[in-house]
Design a protein around this ligand. Structure first.
Ligand code: PLP
Length: 400
């Protein structure tokens, strides 16, 4: 009853931009979400890789409320301790980086990376290089530049003309990238595991090869860590799995467990391209979100949640591979690193129907690219909760 009223009101007042799940969430607690009828769901999505510490974390709530009583906003015209503390903490997680710029979302963080790369060549190197190579299947955001950077046509449909200067290459095909480098190329930008693209980890040799190409040709290497960062893959940053050192990285999503924040980090040399007045934001790096993010990082390291993501992710992967062995006709591939997991169903399966049944049975997952069940659970998820999901999926698949 309550649902149909909300849906009607949404139709009346909101832009129709989201294909929403048929659920109205009233509250969350840890790894659980509850609707208005009191139905419990196990959250295996964490607000799309955002709520790594689960819902209603009291330590974070306290950090936010105490800061809100002291200072909520003062603008970036002033020094604020919270922002500088957070920058220092972030740099300590990846010491080859030197400077941080804070903003409010993933797209904004990538937008900053793109602007920095262009300006680096114009103002530091005195070179007319502006093209950025990204990968087919990638997702970098919905602003004009990040949409143009994104390697998926459906995201761009109807918004042409796009921002010039983006070229897309095939994932795991170094020759294709090499063929697309010219005297205007400034950077190569990748997600080491494509998230929206269907949980597709890039091959080790390919990512290593990109780093080498960048060195050889004098290009900047940018890694979008918006979905892979902050411990999700069993390492603090996704690029650590590949033993590479990008010049610029972006992050957002899980950094403040649900409060809007984005960050760009860059090496000392590249960071010099931004000076006063070159880039800015009113809200970015405000005291409340920074206090939340400081608490997030404290808890993640104190409670060893990155190791936990690796351990529970390994367990989940083995569970899903067992299901794949049992249902080779229904499961095409199981992919992922840490708690970034995808189960690709075969064309024989009505993936939407499987997805709807999973939701109905009380598990929140995502269906991406039409056929891949995507799981991005909070890092505090328990093995028993993964097991309960895999038993449920087993049961659903056994009836197909
Ligand atoms: C890899 C990646 N980059 C960028 C973005 C855009 O982030 P936001 O939605 O915060 O703008 C996303 C969001 O899903 C993402 O997964």
């Amino acid at each position: 009853m309550e649902h149909s009223i909300l849906k009607e009101r949404e139709n009346k007042f909101l832009f129709n931009t989201y294909a929403r799940y048929p659920i109205e969430i009233k509250m969350g607690q840890g790894t659980k979400l509850y609707d208005f009828n009191g139905k419990e769901y196990t959250d295996l999505l964490a607000g799309i890789a955002v709520c790594n510490l689960g819902h209603a974390n009291m330590e974070i709530a306290k950090a936010i409320s105490e800061q809100a009583k002291k200072l909520v906003h003062v603008s970036n015209l002033f020094y604020t301790k919270e922002q500088i503390d957070l920058a220092e903490k972030l740099i300590n997680t990846t010491p080859h980086m030197s400077k941080v710029f804070f903003c409010n979302s993933g797209a904004e963080a990538n937008e900053a990376c793109i602007k920095l790369a262009r300006r680096y060549f114009k103002n530091i190197k005195n070179q007319d290089k502006f093209e950025i190579i990204t990968l087919e299947g990638s997702f970098h955001g919905r602003t004009f530049a990040t949409m143009s950077a994104t390697g998926q046509e459906k995201i761009k449909e109807g918004f042409e003309p796009l921002v010039p200067g983006f070229v897309h290459a095939k994932p795991n095909d170094l020759k294709d990238i090499e063929g697309k480098i010219n005297n205007k190329t400034a950077a190569i930008m990748i997600e080491v595991i494509q998230g929206e693209g269907g949980i597709r980890p890039l091959e080790i040799d390919f990512v290593k090869g990109i780093e080498e190409l960048c060195k050889l040709k004098g290009l900047l290497f940018i890694v979008d860590e918006i979905q892979t960062g902050i411990g999700r893959t069993g390492k603090m940053w996704g690029f650590e799995h590949y033993n590479v050192k990008p010049h610029i990285i972006s992050c957002a999503k899980a950094l403040a467990n649900g409060l809007p924040i984005g960050a760009m980090m860059a090496t000392e040399e590249v960071a010099k391209a931004f000076g006063p007045g070159t880039h800015a934001t009113t809200f970015g790096g405000g005291p409340v979100v920074c206090m939340a993010a400081l608490k997030v990082l404290e808890i993640i390291f104190r409670d060893n949640l990155i190791d936990r993501a690796k351990k529970i992710g390994g367990f989940a992967l083995s569970e899903f591979k067992r299901l794949q062995d049992k249902y080779p006709r229904l499961i095409k591939e199981v992919r992922g690193i840490g708690l970034m997991l995808g189960i690709e169903l075969t064309p024989e399966v009505d993936a939407k129907k499987v997805f709807d049944t999973i939701i109905d049975k009380g598990f929140i997952v995502n269906l991406t690219q039409g056929s891949t069940l995507r799981l991005l659970p909070p890092l505090i998820i328990e093995e028993e909760e993964i097991k309960a999901f895999s038993n449920t999926l087993d049961d659903i698949l056994s009836k197909l």
